[in-house]
Design a protein around this ligand. Structure first.
Ligand SMILES: [Zn+2]
Length: 270
């Protein structure tokens, strides 16, 4: 089975180096490429971090990226300046969308000051990926990363395709309600595991209640056209992650969730 990993981070920083080690990986392009080949992962989508400079976003052919606004600032001159920079990214073929980090940056994604970025994605017909659910740092604010924030954004911008990253975990019921109601909202299944798990059989046993809860709400949603595989590399072990998603998604939907949906929603043309 061919796989697209639709949510990774490709950042050469000591923080990412350390979490890669915990996942049994090395945070290098060479190791990623080798691991992708070993697991038939034919393409990855980088969730951008840090700089908006074009020169800071060069990726090998097997990766596309979403330009990440992870230090977003609402000052009026700043919005214009950042929107101009974001537009230059969206003009590139390998830039397949925008990534927002509202919990970390303390803003509601439907805030009117944010309008210029929505105008851009509507013009370039590229999606908006949004970090939802728990955050990795304690100074983030969960009210901005709750999956319900996507409901208002999806209604205000019906032409925009949203991707709810991490399916709002652990607010799965709220996430599923938003996805079911809004046709322009998909979700990626990344960020649920971290580190390396020695025995997945043991993990499924120990987390039986939680895994079952995930399956129950996926089954309730019953829409496998809008769920996307992603690993949040380098946070989790790739082999573990493939086994995990294969376990929670019924086998007849694997082709869609592991490949087709990301290819269509991010317009990868694979
Ligand atoms: Zn991520």
């Amino acid at each position: 089975m061919k796989i697209i990993d639709a949510h990774i981070h490709f950042c050469q920083e000591s923080y990412f180096d350390q979490i890669a080690e915990l996942a049994g990986h090395k945070n290098t392009g060479a190791h990623l490429e080798e691991q992708y080949a070993a697991h038939n992962i034919v393409h990855g989508v980088v969730m951008g971090n840090r700089s908006l400079q074009l020169s800071e976003h060069h990726y090998p052919d097997y990766l596309s990226y979403c330009i990440g606004l992870d230090s977003y600032c609402f000052k009026e001159q700043e919005v214009k300046r950042q929107a101009d920079m974001v537009e230059k990214h969206l003009q590139r073929k390998n830039c397949v969308g925008i990534k927002l980090y509202p919990g970390y940056n303390h803003f509601y994604i439907y805030n009117p000051e944010f309008e210029p970025f929505y105008q851009l994605v509507m013009h370039y017909k590229k999606p908006v990926a949004v970090h939802t659910g728990l955050t990795a740092t304690s100074n983030a604010l969960l009210k901005y990363s709750h999956p319900l924030i996507l409901d208002e954004a999806a209604v205000r911008y019906p032409q925009v395709q949203f991707i709810m990253c991490h399916i709002g975990n652990p607010w799965l019921v709220d996430a599923v309600a938003v996805i079911e109601k809004n046709k322009n909202v998909a979700a990626d299944l990344s960020g649920i595991l971290e580190g390396r798990i020695d025995s997945m059989a043991d993990f499924f046993n120990r987390k039986h209640g939680y895994i079952n809860y995930l399956k129950v709400w996926m089954e309730y949603l019953d829409n496998y056209d809008r769920l996307i595989f992603g690993t949040d590399w380098p946070l989790a072990n790739l082999c573990n992650y493939i086994e995990f998603v294969a376990h929670i998604i019924p086998e007849r939907h694997h082709d869609k969730v592991f490949f087709d949906n990301a290819n269509r929603i991010y317009g990868l043309g694979l």
